[in-house]
Design a protein around this ligand. Structure first.
Ligand SMILES: [Zn+2]
Length: 336
């Protein structure tokens, strides 16, 4: 089968422009092959500082139609939250979501929000984070680009969801103004992150807050990798820390923070570089069985033993590495 990527790795770099800023100052730094049928050349842009691949729209439909796709864990999380939601147990919902740093960031930042706040979630997937704020009594609408996700969220949590492509400025304008907008795990997979963030800022009232997380380029560089753990199309842009202030200091004040350092995660990250690759040839997108679990061979047992020994010493012995999805951005909209 012919590769279905929009740009193949044989394209000369001079024809490639940056998907984020449009500059031709881009350099091909490698390639990722997440699936047999899809290959993605990876580029660094020296203008905006982002690392990116060109999106392929065909792959997204394939993954959503496939039970073994990474979207499956979101469904099982939504099932747990749905049950608690109908039992009005918002404390337990908070406890479960707070185990994941990207959800905890949003929940903690909004802990002191006034009851009257009008909220919007962008990229709500199965609706479970919107459901948490609904269970706390807030006026919140969850949105997603996928009609199927919105319809399923509505079945689970009621009529609080609508389909929205947040890269469509006109459509965003129709929704009105909000006190808080948040978006978890979305900016790294949109075609145009600058348009996307500007549209979200446009929907905020002056003084309103925009919260989101993004894939951190520095973390990928520190581990000498070409790309993050999630392949395209889940992640198509990795962002440098400077990007947000460079592009959005006009309309907003910006704070970039990082996931707090954790000894256990740091040791795991260091040792992951020494794990042998289980399967060197990429899977087919048509493969329906789940990928094989890593076998418990001698090597992995040794690595695990080293991990246990290193954790208490990690703070003194190992360089502290950033986590790949650990960049968190808070924007406060300036007066217009
Ligand atoms: Zn660029």
């Amino acid at each position: 089968m012919e590769p279905m990527t929009g740009k193949s790795d044989t394209d000369p770099d001079s024809n490639v422009s940056c998907r984020i800023c449009g500059s031709h100052r881009v350099k091909n730094i490698g390639r990722i092959d997440p699936y047999k049928e899809f290959r993605f050349p990876v580029y660094d842009c020296s203008e905006c500082g982002c690392r990116f691949v060109w999106r392929d729209h065909a792959i997204h439909d394939r993954l959503h139609a496939c039970d073994t796709s990474p979207y499956h864990w979101q469904i099982s999380l939504a099932n747990r939250i749905e049950e608690l939601y109908h039992r009005h147990n918002h404390q337990e919902i908070k406890k479960i979501l707070s185990q994941t740093m990207k959800f905890r960031f949003i929940i903690d930042k909004l802990a002191l929000l006034p009851d009257s706040a009008k909220m919007l979630e962008i990229g709500c997937s199965q609706g479970y984070v919107t459901a948490y704020f609904l269970s706390c009594g807030y006026d919140i609408t969850g949105t997603d680009i996928s009609e199927a996700a919105v319809s399923r969220s509505g079945e689970r949590f009621g009529d609080h969801f609508l389909a929205l492509n947040a890269e469509d400025k006109e459509r965003c304008r129709d929704l009105g103004r909000f006190d808080v907008i948040f978006s978890i795990g979305t900016v790294g997979c949109v075609d145009n992150p600058v348009v996307f963030i500007n549209n979200l800022l446009g929907m905020l009232k002056p003084g309103g807050m925009l919260l989101f997380n993004c894939p951190d380029l520095q973390s990928v560089r520190e581990s000498d990798a070409v790309w993050a753990g999630s392949p395209p199309p889940d992640v198509i842009t990795l962002f440098p820390e400077t990007f947000w202030k460079d592009y959005f200091s006009g309309p907003a004040t910006i704070e970039v923070s990082y996931e707090p350092y954790d000894h256990r995660k740091n040791v795991k990250l260091m040792l992951s570089r020494f794990q042998p690759r289980q399967n060197t040839s990429p899977r087919s997108i048509w493969e329906t069985s789940p990928p094989p679990l890593p076998s418990k061979n001698i090597h992995s047992r040794v690595v695990h033993a080293i991990e246990v020994l290193l954790i208490p010493l990690s703070g003194r012995l190992l360089p502290k590495k950033r986590l790949v999805y650990g960049q968190f951005i808070t924007m406060i909209k300036k007066p217009e």
